[in-house]
Structure formats: structure tokens, C-alpha cells
Design a protein around this ligand. Structure first.
Ligand code: SF4
Length: 380
């Protein structure tokens, strides 16, 4: 099962291409950012595929987006400009940060894609007005999808879309639950590869594989010392070589907080007669990324306590905080997060990521962090 997730991730365009051959009337929509309500796309029998970078120097993006812009966004755009996503029927975004919006805007102009949609997702999700506002935006979005697909989306369709997403979320959370064990039966790299794959293929097929994995995991014993229990937190991260490197030098990532990890699937849609409102509530209430977790003084921040709870639940000994270079949302968030976690007894180490990370140099730095945690615990 693990190899299958890896194959889906590695050959990420193959699934959607094959899906289109098998569903000649079906449409594939590439999406930027995990605030896109995939429930509505599944309700319309559209396959959503997350646009990810290729970890290749994003030279093609240079004329369109500043080089001092998020490398992940430049990499995504560069992949589009290189024609890697030429099978997409549509592309969309839900508002999050300005970097990804810039990449989306350049994509609309320079990457031929028949349909595109900008979804106005509020940033001040703690405001009491955000939920009704977003429900209105989702109603408009549903109408636009209906017009494009040429058929109405019924309540039954929405129920199906919600169920597909919720089932997948629930199953992946069960896999994450097993990572609380003393010797987790799945590494952090493997667990995150499962999540990356879920953003690239039909979730119904993905869920079947996760169910199979869940039957297998209780009997799986990894022939490795888990070493120091680490958490990884921050910007977009699908850097498999980095994750593998850390897990080969005495650490195990037992939990994460990334939009390519737990933040993506942690919360389900709570059923409600008004399906659109239920979906809107889920995206306003989900574990937020830093672009959404701010507001007036009396609006309680959700992100930091959630991360601390994860650290405690998964008995984390140290946190690796990563940021894509020039990613303002995380750059502004990390100093306070670091103070908050360290103040609560979780040692932290910060690393700045690029499209390709210097694995050798990072190895020395993470090794030192792991040694420091081990030494401090010995002397406690
Ligand atoms: S990594 Fe940061 S700058 Fe890039 S898309 Fe994500 S939040 Fe935006």
C-alpha cells in the first residue's frame, strides 16, 4: 500500500490522465490551496487535483512572479508553464496568501486552461460574519460549476461529495492515531506520502487503499529505532528527501502541521440540512493556516493551542519549524510559535526551505538538534 501511495505521488499526473481516458465526459480541476471545497467538485463528478511543485528550479516562472516570492508558488507556476498540467479542464483557488494568488493570476493569463475560478475565502474566519459570507460565496461557486458542467448539483450529490471527503479524512486520521504508539508502525515520510497522494487521485480509490493499510498496520513492525519523537510544522511541505533524511539519523516525525499533512484533513464537515452552510462552516472552523488565524483581540487564536495539543498527544520531544523562503504568513507566525512551544517545554529548530533543500547541510543541523534533545533529557 505504501508503495502505491508513493507511486501516485511520484507519477502524479498519471492518475488524472488515466481517469480522463476512462471518464471521457469527466473534468479535472487543478486547485491551489487547501481551502478549495472539494466536496462541491466531487458532487459534480469533477476530479480535483492539487497543484504541487516539481522540486525543479522554477526558471519559467521568473518573468511572471518575482524571484523573491514563495518558491513553492513559483515552482507550481513553472510546472504549469512547462505544460505538466496540460490535462486540466479547469484551475481554481480559494483565497489564502498573496503569493499563491499571484501564481494563480499568472496561470490564468499564461497557462491555457479552459475554465478558471477565484473563490473568495475570508481570511478573518473568526469573525461571526465569515460563515454566512462564505456560504454565499459557495452558493455562487456551486452555480458556476453547474453552469460549466451543464447539470444541476442536487442535495444528494452534495451528500455524496461530503461523504467522499469525510470518509477519506476519517481514515487518514485513524492512520495518524497509530503514530502515537511507542514504536509507530508507519514513518512520518510514509504517512505524509499518503496525504500527498490523497490530494492527487480519486479519494474513493485512495480511501480503499487506506482501509487496507489500516488492516495491515497493527501487524507491521518497523525494523528501526524510532529515536527522538519529532513534530514538523510550517509552510507547504512535500519534501520527501528531507523527511527521509531526518528519519535516517535518529528521529521520527510522529505528527505534523502542514497544509500537505494534518491541516488538510483534520476536520470533517458536520452534517446539516443546509449542505452549503455545513461545508462553509467546515472551512471556517478547520485547523487554520497562519493566513486565517488572526483578528480582533477577543477572537481566540486556534492554531497555537492546536499545535501544542498535537505535540502533547503525540509525546513530541522536539519540533522542526520550516518555512518556505519568503513565505510571509509563516515567517510572521514562526517567532511567536517558537516562543509559545518553547515556553511549554517543546524545543524547536528552524529551517528555511527552497524548491530543493540542501540535504547535506540540513543533516548536520538536524543531527545537532537531535543530539541536543537527547543530551538535555539525559541530564534532566
Ligand atoms: S508556502 Fe507560504 S507563501 Fe507559499 S503558498 Fe503556502 S502560505 Fe503562501
Amino acid at each position: 500500500m505504501i508503495e502505491k501511495f508513493q507511486e501516485w505521488y511520484q507519477n502524479r499526473h498519471d492518475f488524472a490522465r488515466r481517469w480522463k481516458e476512462e471518464n471521457p465526459d469527466g473534468k479535472v480541476v487543478g486547485y491551489f490551496c487547501t481551502y478549495v471545497p472539494e466536496e462541491i467538485l466531487y458532487a459534480a463528478n469533477i476530479l480535483p487535483v492539487r497543484i504541487l511543485g516539481g522540486h525543479e528550479p522554477p526558471a519559467l516562472a521568473t518573468p511572471h512572479v518575482f524571484d523573491m516570492w514563495c518558491p513553492f508558488c513559483r515552482d507550481c507556476l513553472s510546472q504549469g508553464l512547462a505544460g505538466k498540467y496540460d490535462y486540466l479542464d479547469g484551475v481554481m483557488i480559494a483565497q489564502s496568501c498573496l503569493h499563491v494568488r499571484q501564481a494563480f493570476g499568472a496561470w490564468q493569463v499564461h497557462v491555457p486552461t479552459p475554465w478558471s475560478y477565484y473563490l473568495c475565502m475570508p481570511n478573518a474566519v473568526r469573525s461571526p460574519r465569515s460563515r454566512p459570507f462564505f456560504a454565499g460565496e459557495l452558493a455562487d461557486f456551486k452555480k458556476a460549476v453547474e453552469d460549466w458542467a451543464g447539470k444541476p448539483i442536487t442535495d444528494e450529490d452534495l451528500d455524496r461529495g461530503i461523504d467522499i471527503l469525510n470518509t477519506n479524512r476519517r481514515l487518514m486520521k485513524q492512520v495518524y492515531e497509530l503514530r502515537k504508539e511507542e514504536n509507530p508502525p508507519i514513518t512520518g515520510t510514509e504517512a505524509m506520502t499518503m496525504v500527498w497522494a490523497s490530494q492527487l487521485v480519486d479519494k474513493r480509490e485512495h480511501s480503499l487503499l487506506v482501509e487496507e493499510l489500516l488492516r495491515d498496520l497493527p501487524n507491521r513492525k518497523l525494523d528501526r529505532d524510532p529515536g527522538v519523537r519529532l513534530m514538523i510544522v510550517g509552510s507547504e511541505n512535500d519534501d520527501r528527501p528531507f523527511m527521509e533524511m531526518v528519519e535516517s539519523i535518529g528521529g521520527t516525525f510522529v505528527i505534523d502541521d502542514h497544509c500537505t499533512g494534518s491541516r488538510y484533513f483534520w476536520d470533517e464537515v458536520v452534517p446539516n440540512e443546509n449542505r452549503i452552510q455545513a461545508i462553509a462552516d467546515r472551512y471556517c472552523d478547520r485547523v487554520p493556516c497562519p493566513t486565517k488565524d488572526f483578528g480582533q483581540e477577543d477572537w481566540e487564536r486556534k492554531r497555537f493551542p492546536h499545535i501544542l495539543n498535537l505535540a502533547r498527544d503525540y509525546r513530541v520531544q522536539g519540533a522542526v519549524l520550516i518555512q518556505q523562503k519568503f513565505c510571509d504568513p509563516h515567517e510572521c507566525d514562526i517567532p511567536s510559535l517558537r516562543r509559545y512551544l518553547e515556553g511549554n517545554g517543546i524545543p524547536c529548530y528552524f529551517l528555511e526551505f527552497e524548491v530543493t533543500v540542501p540535504v547535506g547541510q540540513f543533516r548536520i543541523r538536524v543531527e545537532a538538534f537531535i543530539e541536543q534533545i537527547t543530551a538535555e533529557e539525559l541530564f534532566e
